[in-house]
Design a protein around this ligand. Sequence first.
Ligand code: NAP
Length: 474
Amino acid sequence: MLDSLTNFLYIVAAMLFVFGLKMLSRASTARRGNGISAIGMLLAIVTALVSDNLIHWPWILIGLALGSIIGALAARLIAMTSMPEMVALFNGFGGIASLLVGWVEFQRLYSDEMLMSAPWNDLLIIGVTVLIGGVTFTGSIIAWGKLSEKMNSKPILYKGQQVVNAAIVVLVLAAVLLVSIGRPLIVSGKQLEFLSIYPVLIALGVLSFVLGVSVVIPIGGGDMPVVISLLNSYSGMAACAAGFVIRNNVLIVSGALVGSSGIILTNIMCKAMNRSLANVLFSGFGSGGGVKSGTDFVGEAKPISVEDAYPVLEAAQNVLIVPGYGMAVAQAQHAVQELSSILQDNGAEVNFGIHPVAGRMPGHMNVLLAEANVPYDQLREMDDVNPTMELVDVALVIGANDVVNPAARNDENSPLYGMPVVDVDKARTVIVFKRSMNPGFAGIDNPLFFGENTRMLFGDAKSSIQSLAAEFKD
Ligand code: NAP
């Protein structure tokens, strides 16, 4: 009876997760979706705790209190620009938690001397949990280090790297196999003490840590967001495996949901960058500079002052704002929101064109603009705004570069060629807000800056936009 009730409540929790996830796919319902998923998680945790009579309450309460304090402080204190690294760190915590679940369960079997009779598939799952959990933990720590610039974000490459990585993978798989056999190794009738299976599990954990580091160090800082969505997926798979280890249905379901949605997100990111996952993982691209464009563009960029930009915007009826990584660096989102309101009060229609890989993490621009209370219905996807670009009077490019580079459309020699971009060059007038003629993440020139209809407003995006807003107020 209790079992049926527990499973029923788990199903309700799983349904809340699914509805919550569905709502996360639209900006207007995302906040509610997050809340619904959180209620599902609360229900799952309370049900798991109440239905298990082996729970040591003092430990649970200490963990609950510590976790809640750390979570609440992180949510309040971490700046929006630090979100990518925080997500990386949290993925890592998910991985290490799953690894610990696998380890504790193995110890239980080992100390009860049940190992000899434990089914091989249970032990295999323990091995897989430790493997994925370990890789996720150290991989996420490296991702966090690169994103927070605590370590050099350039790819770390050395001769024979692929061979070393392949060797670690072989060792790790051998260790998983030995763990799943689960018996101390007997050679010529003698038990090999030094190869008893417990040290093999410890070795598996250590090798997984090494593998996590070695697969993430060759990836450049700019590509970390793709890696994060992949590690996010791994943390889900590790949790799913941990669910099998402790036979908890709701952990299996929630882990599978995180694992599969992480893979879908990784796929979306790769498509938006027109790159394959293999290319991101093995090419050492994404160093944040230094990659050269195929074609050199000659021409002169035409600067514009705030005073001269004002009448152009004052007369505009249809304005498209395209934010990029520079908006995050300048923390210009509130100023942008203020300018957008001023333009609307002035009678213009204002929309935001959001490129899926603008910034440095999935949804980066959406998060920043939501923080500044830009209404969700003004946020339009790239595919929505491109067909009507000719109707746009003024496109304001705020710290975006690669995601508005027309070479991605026109120049077969460009490394960006084939990546869909926001076609701002087709708008009647383009005003680009950036500090210099420096390239963006891909390290390549941008012919947009030399276009007949483009004007460059040099300076920090936040102060330029605040000055423009001040012109309107005057
Ligand atoms: P971007 O190409 O990196 O360009 C950002 C621009 O912002 C720079 O050209 C920089 O020029 C300008 N900038 C920086 N600080 C500024 C400030 N304070 N004020 C004004 N401008 C400032 O950015 P993006 O167009 O958003 O493109 C994103 C790139 O990251 C793409 O290549 C994408 O493939 C890559 N990427 C994104 C993700 C993701 O998840 N979003 C994942 C992996 C890779 P100045 O220095 O001259 O000011």
